[in-house]
Ligand binder design. Structure first.
Ligand code: ADP
Ligand code: MG
Length: 309
């Protein structure tokens, strides 16, 4: 008979460090337990397989730690790729995709058929929590066209939270594609706007926009002056100044609407940084740009206490 000797004491082991990390996160875990967090998942973090896997881990962990989580996803690259394969013209105005009837078919195929179901499948490889939801499911999102010029691009006119709330009550994570029900068929709604409307309707505690830049820059594209915190009136001034272009315009508008609808905290952060979402939610590292209500003063939460969600 051989007797195995322990090679290193348990207190110095990697396992012990893991326990410490969990305990360090305990104040944040308890603060967020049962809270509603909406995550808009988009940008390059959706394309790169390693990053995608790390985002999916973060989302699944958040759900298992008791956060009432809703994921709203974009899919601009998949839509453009499909449109190119179908030889449909791709064009944008002020960050929004010009969407005629043929383009809308492609949006639905790529966003719902490919991206939504791909994300749901990937999340469920870790557990059994994700359920795909489009605007038509349970009449979750109704919309109307923005303008004749943009075709089937819609804005959200109402959110019915019944289905997504029922799913969350049962421990599921609704994964929402930005396709709304219009009076005469589907509408393509910018996913930032969907996330903001859903977060507002749920009175979410936190809304996080994951994108492919570190946050909002005052000098984009030089990217030397990153905004840590700004109020909605400062955001409006920034939008009017021409410092925000492309997809950042609807994002900032969506962030502002969410704050005005009473969402506790709204953040824009870089989803291409591994586990950025976990760092934001479960540590005191202020990553990215945080929005505050007008007149609240641009101060981040204190670093030592767990922040309000
Ligand atoms: N002031 C700014 N600060 C940061 N990014 C900006 C700014 N103005 C424009 N952008 C652009 O906005 C993009 C993010 O929006 P978008 O491309 O729609 O990404 P997403 O898929 O996350 O919605 C950035 O990649 C950047 O090119
Ligand atoms: Mg965008």
């Amino acid at each position: 008979m051989t007797i195995d000797l322990q090679e290193e004491p348990l207190c110095a082991s990697v396992e012990a460090r893991k326990a410490e990390v969990l305990i360090e996160a305990l104040p944040w875990i308890s603060r967020f337990y049962g809270k509603t967090v909406v995550v808009k998942y988009g940008g390059s973090a959706m394309e790169d397989p390693a990053l995608r896997a790390s985002v999916i881990e973060d989302l699944t962990l958040m759900a298992y730690l008791g956060i009432r989580l809703v994921v709203v996803h974009g899919g601009g690259k998949a839509i453009s790729a499909l449109m190119e394969r179908l030889r449909l013209p791709v064009s944008f105005r002020d960050g929004l995709r010009v969407t005629d009837d043929a383009a809308m078919e492609a949006v639905s195929m790529a966003l719902v058929g490919q991206v939504n179901q791909g994300l749901v499948g990937a999340m469920n490889a870790f557990g059994q929590v994700a359920v795909g939801v489009t605007g038509s499911d349970g009449c979750t999102l109704k919309g109307e066209p923005v303008s004749a010029e943009l075709g089937r691009v819609g804005t959200v006119t109402s959110v019915n939270t019944h289905l997504i709330s029922c799913l969350m009550d049962e421990g599921y994570v609704p994964v929402v594609a930005g396709v709304a029900m219009g009076a005469d068929g589907q509408l393509n709604v910018n996913a930032d706007l969907v996330a903001s409307e859903v977060a507002g309707a749920l009175e979410a505690d936190k809304l996080v926009f994951m994108t492919d830049v570190d946050g909002i820059y005052l000098d984009y594209p030089a990217c030397e002056r990153l905004v840590s915190c700004l109020t909605t009136d400062e955001a409006a001034r920034l939008a009017a100044s021409g410092e925000l272009t492309g997809g950042m315009l609807p994002k900032v508008e969506a962030a502002t609407r969410a704050i005005e609808a009473g969402v506790g905290r709204v953040h824009v952060l870089n989803g291409t940084f591994p586990h950025a979402l976990l760092l934001e939610v479960f540590t005191d590292r202020g990553v990215g740009t945080m929005f505050l209500p007008a007149g609240e003063g641009s101060q981040r939460d204190g670093a030592s206490a767990p922040p309000e969600p």
